[in-house]
Design a protein around this ligand. Structure first.
Ligand SMILES: Nc1ncnc2c1ncn2[C@@H]1O[C@H](COP(=O)(O)OP(=O)(O)OP(=O)(O)O)[C@@H](O)[C@H]1O
Ligand SMILES: O=C(O)c1ccc[n+]([C@@H]2O[C@H](COP(=O)([O-])O)[C@@H](O)[C@H]2O)c1
Length: 202
């Protein structure tokens, strides 16, 4: 039987937005992925934010955000875990759920610059195909050099995805809600409604 190609997009998703969705859909389309798993992070060791909200709310928003795309799924494997969540543990769990299948870990440019500070980064990079795209604000030459470094140093398998760029971030959305500005068209309507219903980011 053919190996499945499983895309994984890990993120804080605080909240999920159209930049995440376009990134995932572009990767699915270009690489012929069988599905994309959106995995909201539990407790990210590298991210401290004043905007912490319950992981279940981030999970709920993610679920609403991907609704309608039959290739997209949300997974609670990280939010169920105690303590800090590390990608290496997630990959080991995924290997049990999808034995023999191929993992395509999808990231924006910011992650390419931090990935070697992750726990057991060398093993992470051996287990995955890293799919990276550009994010507004990142210099293309710098990103290319970084990709080469990771290839040479870790033997990383890295695929560069040319997808339309969207200058949207969760932090911008949180800030807009706080200041009473519109967030319409930056994220799915169902997520926008949820944010107002639950009075998030005020
Ligand atoms: N607009 C975007 N274009 C491309 N990749 C993106 C975009 N926004 C987020 N990503 C990528 O999606 C993944 C998850 O991102 P995350 O949930 O941290 O969102 P974020 O918008 O970066 O959040 P924040 O503004 O709170 O830091 C990361 O790999 C990140 O690089
Ligand atoms: O494994 C690690 O050490 C590690 C440290 C920081 C972030 N990550 C992963 O990086 C992905 C993007 O995270 P974030 O919070 O920047 O959206 C997500 O899948 C996290 O679990 C992983």
């Amino acid at each position: 039987m053919d190996r499945l190609k499983i895309g994984v997009l890990g993120g804080t998703f605080n909240p999920i937005h159209n930049g995440h969705l376009l990134l995932a859909e572009s990767a699915r389309d270009r690489l012929g992925l069988d599905k994309v798993l959106f995995i909201p992070t539990g407790n990210n060791p590298l991210k401290t934010t004043d905007w912490d909200i319950d992981a279940n709310l981030r999970y709920e928003m993610t679920k609403r955000g991907i609704d309608g795309n039959e290739f997209f799924e949300v997974s609670d494997i990280e939010i169920k875990r105690e303590g800090y969540t590390y990608t290496i543990d997630t990959l080991e769990e995924l290997e049990k759920i999808y034995p023999g299948d191929e993992i395509y870990f999808i990231v924006g440019a910011d992650i390419v610059f931090e990935i070697d500070s992750w726990k057991r980064a060398d093993e992470v990079l051996r287990k995955i195909n890293l799919v990276t795209t550009f994010r507004p604000g990142y210099d293309q030459d710098r990103l290319d050099r970084r990709v080469e470094e990771l290839r040479e140093f870790y033997g990383a398998r890295i695929l560069k995805l040319f997808a339309p760029e969207m200058d949207i971030s969760s932090s911008e959305i949180r800030s807009r809600v706080k200041h009473g500005y519109s967030i319409r068209y930056l994220l799915p309507r169902s997520v926008e409604t949820y944010i107002y219903e639950k009075e998030l980011y005020r």
